[in-house]
Each structure stands twice: as C-alpha cells, then as structure tokens.
Design a protein around this ligand. Structure first.
Ligand SMILES: *[C@@H]1O[C@H](CO)[C@@H](O)[C@H](O)[C@H]1NC(C)=O
Ligand SMILES: *[C@@H]1O[C@H](CO)[C@@H](O)[C@H](O)[C@H]1NC(C)=O
Ligand SMILES: *[C@@H]1O[C@H](CO)[C@@H](O)[C@H](O)[C@H]1NC(C)=O
Ligand SMILES: *[C@@H]1O[C@H](CO)[C@@H](O)[C@H](O)[C@H]1NC(C)=O
Ligand SMILES: *[C@@H]1O[C@H](CO)[C@@H](O)[C@H](O)[C@H]1NC(C)=O
Length: 519
C-alpha cells in the first residue's frame, strides 16, 4: 500500500495542558490528509474512478437528489433473511425515450462514494443521449452513504462481498422495472470502471435474464494474491517516456537502499523525503521500511495509473515525473526521487511522509463510519484480503523498485487489521474461489465488451484479447485506467476517440439484436 501515514500524535498522557491539545487539533485540521490520503493498493481515497471531468462548467445544478432503495442485508443466508438497509441511488431521466424498447443504463458504484457528477457527465451519458436511455447509478454496499450495518467491525464486513453486491444489483433492477412500469423488451446495459468494471462483466454473467449487456472498463477479471505484474506495467509505462527515465528510477531506489545502511545516509533520507519520523528509529522495523519503500514506489504507480486521463485530481503525468527523473541538474537520482516525492506530498496536502506501519494499521482498524479509513480504505482492503488479493508487490533486489514489499507484507496487513486467520493459505484459497466462481479470464458469458488501456497496470489482470466474437475487447494503446469512461476532451488521442466510437457501435448492435439473444 503506497501510503503516507500522518504524524499526528496519539493520546499521550503528558499532554495535559489544554492549550497544547487545542494547538494539536488546529495543526491536524490544517494538514488534512492522513495515512490514507494518498495512493494505496491501486486506489485513491475516493476510489479507483475519479470524477467524470475536470470541467466545472459541466456540473449539473441542482445535483440529482439522493434516492434510497430498501435492500436486503444478506441475499444468501437463512438467518438474517428479513434484515434490510437503505442503499443509495441516483436517476437521470432527461434522455429517457420512455417507449416499449427504450434501453436502461445502470452505472455500477464501486469502492468509493458514488459521484453525482457521473449522472450528467462522462461518456456513458453521451451514449444515453444517443440511445434515449434511462440512467441509474447504484452505490456499492458499504461505501459512500450506503451503510448496511451500524459500523465496519470485521464481524459486519462479512456482508461485504462482490456476490452480495451483484445480488444487490439484481434486486435493484427487478424493483425498478416495477417502479417504472418497464416491459421485458427494455434492455438493461450495465457500465462500470475498475472494480465495477469487473462487476459489470460478472453481473451480465450471473444475471443474463435481467442484464442484456455490459461495458466493462479496466476491470480485473483474474484475482491474484501476488500481483507482481502491476509494477511490470508501471516500468513499461515509464519506459514509454524513455529508458533513461526507467533507469534513473532504478538507480534512485538502489541509492535509497544504500543510504539506509548508515546513520548519515539515514539522515539524508529524512531530509530528501521529508519523513515524519527519523528513519534511524525505524530501520530495524522491516514493516516500516516496507511501507517507506512502497510509498516511494506508489508515487509512480498512482501517476502511471491515471496518466492524462482527465481525472481532475491527476495533476501530474508520467512526463512530469520523468522530466524530473532525467534532470541531472537536480543532483543524483536519489535527489530527483526526493523532488518527485515532494511533488506528490504537496499534491496530497501532506507536510511529511508518514511511513509508520503501526499508524497505518491503527487507522485501518477503526470501525466507525466517521473514521477516516471508513471512507473506503478499510472496506476495499478487506475485499482484497477476502476475495481478490491484487497486492502490488516488488520482490526482486536487482529490479527497479527493489525487494522491500513482497506479498507477505500485504498479507500481514490483512492479519493485523481484520483477523489472524487471513494468512497466506486463506488468501490463496479465497482467490481461487473467486476465480472459479467468475471464470477469471475465461468468463462464461456473452454481450460483454472489455475495454483496457495499455498504460494502465490493471490491464495485466483483464481480458485484452479475445477470439470469441461474443466477448469482444478493445485495447487502447497509450491510455490509462478507465480513460474511455471520462467526459470526452479535445486533448483525447485519436485511439481513445476511436475506442469510444467502437463502444457506441457495440451498444447499437446490442440494442438491435435483443430478440435473437433472448430466444
Ligand atoms: C471522504 O471522501 C469524500 C469524497 O472523496 C470527502 O469529501 C470527505 O472529506 C472524506 N471524508 C473523510 C472523513 O475523510
Ligand atoms: C413514462 O411514460 C408513462 C406513460 O406515459 C408515464 O406514466 C411515466 O411517468 C413515464 N416515465 C418517465 C420516467 O418519464
Ligand atoms: C532541471 O532542474 C533545474 C533545477 O531544478 C531547473 O532549473 C531546470 O529548469 C530543469 N530542467 C528541465 C529541462 O526541466
Ligand atoms: C530481477 O530483475 C532483473 C532486472 O530487471 C531481471 O533481469 C531478473 O530476471 C529478475 N529476476 C527474477 C527472479 O524475476
Ligand atoms: C455457463 O452458463 C450457463 C448459463 O448461464 C450455465 O447453464 C452453464 O452451466 C455455465 N457453464 C459453466 C461451465 O459454468
């Protein structure tokens, strides 16, 4: 988990004077990000998918209202059959043709708060306008304002699974068909990017009678504990700038490794990387050091994953980082790595790099809905520990990012945050169950279009090639995570424009051939 934990002093008995305590509060509120503010586990605090555009002028006012759906807590168990909770959703009927063949589009919410802006922006809205579709977005259980349980204790998190989420979707569709008096010829198409991209594909696979087709963007289909391919793609993506950039990153990491070995070097690292606590106090704690190295690598991962994709929060691009990494005027590679780290600390509004493992674990262990980590980090990390793995590791001394964050580091977090029982054997078992359940890279389904970008590290676990015409793919050269979903922009490269055109053609095909498919 690329992470920078806050150096916010915890309750200490000697902080008796009220004024001092107040001062700490003020400092804490100015410096607003925490351990969880940055890019962790392939995800920012607000989820994998950013806002649909950076164009404030497109923001719809007033925003769509919150709507609430009475949802079952447990779609499978016998014990809690009656328990329900309120799941949030949004509607946009602006383009709805409202006749017996008008399609219905459903955007699947993911591992972050559902954004209202997606109800009036993004490529899917253009498609909805074209086809006269009614648009829904259903927030994922346990994220945003959709709270199935009173808190996020590990006991309650048993209801946080992709299968429950898919059944939520099915239940929602059945109910909306009634509420809007739709007929069975009205085709439902689901959309999703990243984890919801996987869900979109799986929803069509599991509920073919309710869902006619899916556009699955940047969705990993293969669950994997040790996702070492992630940083392989990061490397390849950096090399698209120049091999010099990639080599400079590798040399910088090697220099960091050397500097950790002696006191002067350690002080040098504190200075270069603005650490919140001195490296010399953590040097014998391998978990802190793993977190430190992973934070530095995460700086590159976050930027690569969202390179030039219109995500408004994506301030920096591969070019920006590589311009620094190859600039010899700044100093040796490790100094350039320090500049990159500064840039990203500033972007996430952090004063210093907090790499303390225990601080991170303590934050992730909080279970109140008001806790920082309960904005999605605790939930998503749980899903990785309980279903998917997806740990972005580096375990090779002579490779670019070194050998400091191997898979054990991540499994240890599962055990420390949720349960001792989540050990490597458990992880292997749940991951193979997930793959068996959904079919991994051999899905048993039709009418799903899988879209990926070559720069996006997640494409390594997705379907990027297919010989089956019923499972077509689009692999976009040079674009990042979910690039095709965002609001089209003038700066979009031609292959991205072409991908969106292919998607609209595919939708046209899906919406024509209904009679054939359902026969
Ligand atoms: C949670 O995330 C939302 C949306 O990203 C943000 O507006 C909010 O400030 C966050 N809350 C906390 C407690 O971090
Ligand atoms: C669709 O048309 C029916 C019948 O005219 C009407 O009752 C209903 O409100 C319309 N639905 C929407 C979402 O516009
Ligand atoms: C390299 O870094 C130096 C010092 O920060 C800066 O003045 C210069 O503009 C940079 N050169 C390029 C090509 O970015
Ligand atoms: C480790 O990385 C080096 C340099 O990239 C590579 O040549 C080597 O094959 C890697 N070793 C393993 C076991 O992957
Ligand atoms: C594939 O899906 C069909 C229908 O959804 C089902 O009948 C069949 O058993 C599935 N096959 C496998 C191998 O899961």
């Amino acid at each position: 988990m690329a992470t920078a934990n806050r150096a916010f002093p915890r309750h200490t008995a000697y902080l008796l004077r009220l004024s001092f305590v107040l001062l700490l509060f003020i400092i804490a509120s100015i410096d607003k990000t925490s351990a969880l503010g940055r890019f962790r586990n392939g995800r920012y605090d607000d989820g994998f998918l950013g806002e649909p555009s950076k164009f404030e002028s497109l923001r719809r006012k007033p925003e769509p209202e919150d709507k609430w759906f009475e949802q079952k807590l447990d779609h499978f168990g016998q014990k809690n059959k009656e328990l329900t909770w309120k799941q949030r959703y949004f509607v946009n009927d602006e383009f709805y043709r409202n006749d017996s063949t008008a399609p219905v589009f459903l955007m699947i919410g993911g591992e972050g708060e559902a954004s209202k802006r997606w109800m009036s922006e993004g490529a899917w809205i253009k498609y909805a306008e074209h086809f006269g579709a009614l648009c829904f977005q259903l927030e994922h259980r346990f994220y945003g304002k959709s709270h199935p349980t009173s808190d996020l204790s590990t006991k309650n998190l048993v209801y946080l699974t992709s299968e429950q989420a898919l059944s939520d979707l099915a239940n929602f569709i059945r109910s909306m068909k009634k509420e809007y008096s739709m007929n069975d010829n009205q085709k439902w198409i689901v959309f999703g990017g990243s984890y919801p991209g996987s869900l979109a594909a799986w929803a069509r696979e599991k509920f073919p009678n309710l869902i006619h087709g899916a556009i699955s963007s940047s969705g990993p289909l293969l669950a994997k504990v040790d996702f070492k391919e992630y940083f392989e793609v990061v490397k390849a993506s950096l090399a698209t700038y120049s091999t010099d950039c990639l080599e400079a990153v590798g040399r910088a990491f090697a220099q960091v490794e050397i500097l950790t070995r002696h006191m002067i070097g350690q002080r040098n690292l504190d200075e270069k990387f603005k650490t919140c606590t001195p490296i010399k106090d953590s040097i014998n704690n391998p978990l802190d050091m793993s977190n430190f190295f992973e934070s530095l690598a995460g700086n590159f991962a976050g930027v690569v994953q969202y390179n030039k994709d219109n995500r408004p929060s994506a301030k920096y691009t591969i070019d920006d980082l590589c311009n620094v990494m190859v600039n010899t005027t700044i100093g040796p590679p490790v100094a350039r790595l320090g500049v990159v780290n500064d840039m990203l600390l500033t972007e996430s509004k952090e004063k210093c790099l907090d790499y303390k493992y225990d601080t991170m674990i303590a934050e992730l262990k909080e279970t109140s809905w008001d806790a920082k980590a309960c904005n999605g980090s605790r939930q998503w990390t749980y899903q990785t520990c309980n279903e998917f793995g997806f740990y972005q590791t580096s375990n090779n001394k002579s490779d670019t990012f070194g050998d400091r964050f191997a898979v054990d580091f991540f499994i240890k977090q599962c055990m420390d945050v949720y349960s001792e029982s989540m050990d490597s054997k458990y992880l292997e078992q749940v991951v193979s169950q997930t793959n068996e359940n959904y079919g991994a890279l051999k899905p048993n389904t039709t009418n799903v279009l899988y879209v990926h970008g070559s720069i996006d590290p997640w494409h390594a676990l997705g379907l990027t090639k297919s010989k089956n015409p019923k499972l077509p793919t689009i692999y976009i050269e040079g674009t990042a995570h979910c690039a095709n979903m965002y609001e089209p922009a003038k700066s979009d490269p031609p292959q991205l424009v072409e991908a969106r055109n292919k998607i609209i053609k595919y939708l046209a095909q899906l919406l024509e051939n209904f009679k054939l498919e359902s026969a």
